[in-house]
Design a protein around this ligand. Structure first.
Ligand SMILES: C[S@@+](CC[C@H](N)C(=O)[O-])C[C@H]1O[C@@H](n2cnc3c(N)ncnc32)[C@H](O)[C@@H]1O
Length: 256
């Protein structure tokens, strides 16, 4: 069976027509990220041409962090956004992810940074759809390139609303498709034809993670659907900021 075993492809070609519809999405997503964890950061830097860290710094600025704030970085993966928040005035950062192998890399990176910022971070294993935190206990919830990978984004958004204090900030970074037709053509060509080949080669991946990536972006909620869903989940004043000509977008909203 092509979808069984750790080294087999996670997705059949027909499933990639809409990977969000698969009932096995959580296990497939976890298997993909376990397979690519060791080369995840390198692939991000190479294939975003170094822009990914700039997007994360933008996200941190959008969060308007003040001293004493507790930040929950959901789907933290290898911890790049958690680290960016740790460099802000936040007092504590919790990075949460459900793929053990991604957290192993995050913790290795944390051990490599011995300064006070790294000491602010605690990494925990958990599910975005069932957060192990008390109601109204955090000031900022962030999720970078994660909400698209969650099985039920609406359930995750309701969990984010539950754990945020009133006035708390929700920050979501996600890939999108440029609105400009020419840019959109180039981006589609790059993401569907070039990147799956080069990223798969860099990571030695067999799970199909870099074929899933463009398929999952192309079939995910539009900007308008996302802001509508955010507002229907207990947030107000949802805005969306396009980054790098709209390849990436940053949503911000405030807990009612
Ligand atoms: C593309 S990576 C993003 C990692 C990191 N946030 C970044 O900025 O690079 C997506 C992450 O989402 C995690 N993820 C997907 N669904 C999840 C869920 N339901 N709960 C927790 N983590 C989840 C995956 O394990 C993976 O590490």
């Amino acid at each position: 069976m092509p979808t069984q075993g750790p080294s087999a492809p996670a997705w059949r070609s027909d499933e990639l027509a809409n990977p969000h519809a698969s009932e096995e999405k959580p296990s497939k997503v976890r298997r993909m990220f376990a397979a690519i964890a060791h080369a995840y950061d390198l692939n991000n830097r190479v294939h975003s041409l170094g822009q990914d860290q700039r997007w994360r710094r933008f996200a941190v600025r959008q969060a308007q962090v003040t001293p004493g704030d507790l930040v929950l970085d959901v789907a933290c993966g290898t911890g790049d956004l958690s680290q960016a928040f740790a460099a802000s005035p936040a007092s504590r950062v919790i990075g949460l992810d459900f793929t053990h192998e991604m957290l192993v890399v995050a913790r290795e990176k944390q051990r490599g940074h011995s300064g006070p910022a790294a000491a602010k971070i605690t990494y925990i294993e958990g599910d975005a759809q069932c957060l192990p935190l008390a109601d109204a206990s955090v000031n900022v919830v962030s999720i970078a390139f994660g909400i698209r990978n969650v099985a039920d984004p609406r359930l995750a958004l309701s969990e984010f609303a539950r754990v945020l204090r009133p006035g708390g900030r929700l920050i979501i970074l996600e890939f999108d498709q440029p609105r400009n037709a020419v840019m959109r053509w180039f981006n589609t060509f790059y993401c569907a034809r070039v990147m799956p080949v080069t990223a798969t080669w860099i990571s030695g991946d067999r799970s199909g993670a870099y074929r899933y990536l463009p398929a999952s972006v192309g079939t995910f909620l539009s900007r308008e659907q996302m802001t509508g869903t955010i507002c229907a989940s207990g947030f107000r004043d949802a805005t969306v900021a396009p980054l790098s000509l709209g390849i990436c977008v940053c949503y911000r909203a405030f807990r009612i």
